[in-house]
Ligand binder design. Structure first.
Ligand code: GN1
Ligand code: MG
Length: 351
């Protein structure tokens, strides 16, 4: 993978020489790098995946709101240019920020959209919760996030991806992928398809939980922890922050933090103590913002988000791995199997 051209930082008014690039692996959507400039300051530089986030203005609008309301705590600081993210047509020759924005893309090349944030020094990431304490910390941060954003009217936030957590739509997408069978993979994953369908039929949320501003992608891997104390410092991957239910965040925390196994580990087991730690951490962070109805649904949230992810991974496997980044053949199928297993394990828990 080639690192971004050094000039990207200049477009964000960072004029010092770049002395090193390192890839920040783990995310399935954007291409993320860490740039070190002379003097040692580091920045996170992301090429935004514009086939997933098609409305960059909506993302930037929401990020500005988050910047404003959270005032640089709980989320990283963004390098703002007059236009927010920078659209860049020719990587070797950056245009001035304002000029590059809105310039007509050539018929062959879509512009790369770059975002730059300050690197949260002294922090480390996690691929899954390495301990119950880490799950507790991650959940506390996402609880605080929802609590801090509660005063903002939900309508102020734009929709960055429509129907993001609509399980029945995700199941329709799966059915279409099975029907089209672009790569002839459907027969070989008949069992996985049937199992996802059976579990999806059995999960769901009763009634309509309150609509709030939530992160919508609240996996443990989207938190950075203090290297020394393990305290959650910042929440990242904010592009999906928009109206939703806090149960999506609780469910995502539970499915990603209920085990220390990797997301594609088909032998992953649910660890009750981790789930309990996540529930406690979330309630603590949300400081009273969770309603009784929401709390009563915590046990349903984990299986729901696990099977939603399972359906999405399986759909992507059938479609040829076009959405989620993979590092080996069959990874999306393995992710789907693992998440279905966790969904079924989580359904057995009473929490
Ligand atoms: C993606 O970007 P990342 O890796 O944090 C995905 C989530 C999935 C997750 C599964 C925009 O999140 O919805 O739950 O992978 N994000 C998007 O690990 O689709
Ligand atoms: Mg991420």
């Amino acid at each position: 993978m080639t690192p971004p051209p050094d000039g990207v930082l200049k477009a964000f008014d960072i004029v010092e020489e770049v002395v090193g690039w390192a890839r920040l692996a783990g995310g399935h959507i954007h291409d993320t790098w860490v740039a070190t400039i002379s003097g040692g300051t580091r920045f996170v530089v992301q090429a935004i995946n514009t086939s997933v986030f098609r409305d960059i203005d909506a993302c930037e609008h929401n990020l500005s709101l988050l910047d404003h309301w959270l005032g640089g705590s709980l989320i990283p600081r963004f390098r703002r240019t007059p236009v927010g993210a920078v659209h860049w047509l020719t990587p070797s020759a950056p245009a001035a920020n304002t000029a590059s924005r809105g310039s007509a893309p050539s018929p062959t090349a879509a512009p790369t959209v770059w975002r730059v944030t300050e690197f949260a020094e002294g922090t480390v990431g996690a691929t899954s919760a390495s301990s119950a304490a880490q799950g507790h910390e991650a959940a506390r941060a996402f609880g605080a996030f929802v609590h801090r954003l509660a005063p903002i009217p939900v309508t102020k936030f734009a929709v960055t991806i429509a129907r993001f957590h609509d399980l029945s739509w995700r199941m329709t997408e799966l059915a279409e992928a099975v029907q089209d069978d672009d790569l002839g993979r459907a027969l070989s994953c008949r069992r996985e398809i049937d199992r996802v369908r059976a579990t999806a039929d059995a999960v769901g949320l009763p009634g309509d939980p309150p609509v709030r501003i939530v992160h919508n992608d609240a996996k443990v891997a989207n938190v950075r922890f203090a290297a020394g104390t393990g305290a959650a410092v910042v929440i990242v991957d904010l592009d999906t922050t928009m109206a939703g239910s806090l149960l999506y965040d609780v469910g995502e925390l539970i499915r990603s933090g209920c085990t220390d196994a990797r997301e594609d580990d088909v032998e992953a087991e649910v660890d009750r103590s981790r789930v309990e730690a996540i529930v406690d951490g979330y309630l603590e962070g949300a400081s009273g913002a969770v309603t009784e109805l929401e709390r009563a649904c915590f046990g349903l949230a984990g299986p729901l988000m696990a099977i939603e992810n399972a359906a999405r991974f399986l759909t992507d496997h059938l479609r040829g791995d076009k959405y989620f980044t993979t590092t080996y053949d069959g990874q999306n199928l393995a992710r789907s199997r693992a998440q279905t297993r966790l969904a079924d394990g989580l359904r057995q828990l009473q929490i």
